[in-house]
Write a new protein. Structure first.
Length: 374
């Protein structure tokens, strides 16, 4: 009996110890859970968390501004390009031929203008010489008029003396009649001289009117100038079209995708390729409206990229959206049935990375922790 009782007592002693160890372990786990939960709650209170954020960038789609066949495609997806580098070339010959035709038309107009100016110079020279001759005729006629007027003056004076002497009976009537006839002839000579002067001056006017032909040529030259201006404008447009046959990079970047191959025909507006600047990327996140009040522009944030586990990137809030993302949906939800389910909305937030990282690609999934404001 005594042996059995000792055996029972010895076997019963380890059980309370195991129970105590279990209780202690459970207590430790509970305490750790409380600490973790407290830390998680504290962290959630001090930060705004989003796990559906993405790396974003300005992905630019280059389109053709002209119609033509692609003769060169100098890049492939993943290639690095520099600003000003020729990416695609379209067939330029049609545009070049059209430009040559315009240049030929401009040259023809210049030739016509030169011909008209030569005719104008010939007319002005001929008319100028004729006017000089006519002016000489006017001078001669005016000199004849002056001589006739002088003869008339002498004839009048002589007739006056003859009248005086005839009235005193000192001269015969025949002498009076002779001087009177001489006076009449002098008066008619003056009239003829005046008519000659008028005729000479008329010749000058008629001769000078030949310059009207030169004025008509001026109008023709002005019309050719207008045609030339129109052709120059057309040439500028055609030169622009020719320059559009080469599609160049506007900035340094990386080719994301191409949509055509060499030999294909493209029309204006057709997409050729897409590329972006790897040094200019940011993070776009959608934050719950219940946490929106905790955000402020300039707040610091930490970014974790799924593609690079264990790495953290510093960022800051650059912009906070002014409307919920649901407002930009293509299919609005007006809820006409009256059955309403309240769903927490999200607002867009943009974060700018504080250091450039060219290995971050647009579209990569990231997680963000944004420092909350007080």
């Amino acid at each position: 009996m005594s042996g059995e009782s000792q055996t029972d007592v010895g076997a019963a002693e380890p059980r309370p110890r195991a129970a105590r160890r279990k209780v202690a372990l459970a207590s430790a786990l509970a305490a750790a859970a409380v600490v973790c939960a407290g830390g998680f709650i504290h962290a959630r209170g001090q930060h705004v968390y989003a796990n559906d954020a993405r790396i974003a960038s300005d992905v630019v789609a280059l389109a053709s501004e002209a119609a033509g066949r692609v003769v060169e495609l100098n890049v492939r997806p993943g290639d690095t390009v520099r600003a000003g580098q020729v990416l695609v070339r379209l067939e330029p010959r049609d545009a070049e031929f059209a430009l040559q035709e315009i240049d030929a038309n401009i040259a023809a107009i210049e030739a016509q203008k030169a011909q008209l100016r030569a005719q104008q110079a010939a007319i002005n020279s001929r008319v100028g010489r004729a006017v000089e001759v006519s002016n000489a005729g006017v001078l001669q006629a005016e000199a004849g008029l002056a001589a006739a007027q002088a003869d008339l003056k002498l004839a009048r004076s002589a007739f006056g003396r003859t009248q005086t002497l005839y009235s005193k009976g000192l001269l015969a009537r025949s002498r009076l009649e002779e001087d009177q006839a001489r006076l009449t002839a002098a008066e008619k000579a003056v009239d003829r001289a005046r008519a000659a002067v008028d005729a000479a001056r008329g010749d000058v006017y008629v001769t000078a009117s030949g310059r009207d032909d030169a004025d008509v040529l001026n109008e023709q030259i002005a019309a050719l100038d207008a045609q030339r201006a129109g052709l120059l404008a057309k040439r500028a447009q055609q030169s622009l079209d020719l320059s559009r046959r080469e599609i160049v990079a506007a900035f340094d970047g990386v080719i994301d995708q191409t949509f055509v191959d060499a030999g294909e025909f493209v029309t204006p507006g057709a997409r050729i390729l897409m590329y972006h600047n790897p040094g200019n990327v940011w993070v776009d996140a959608n934050v719950k409206e219940t946490e929106f009040r905790k955000l402020a522009v300039g707040a610091q944030a930490t970014v974790k990229v799924d593609a690079y586990p264990g790495r953290k990137f510093k960022a800051r809030v650059q912009r906070i959206g002014g409307a919920a993302t649901s407002q930009f949906a293509l299919l609005p939800n007006p809820n006409p049935s009256g059955n309403f389910t309240k769903v927490t909305q999200r607002l867009p937030v943009r974060l700018v990375l504080e250091e450039a990282n060219s290995f971050l690609r647009p579209g990569m999934m990231v997680e963000v922790n944004i420092d909350a404001v007080d």
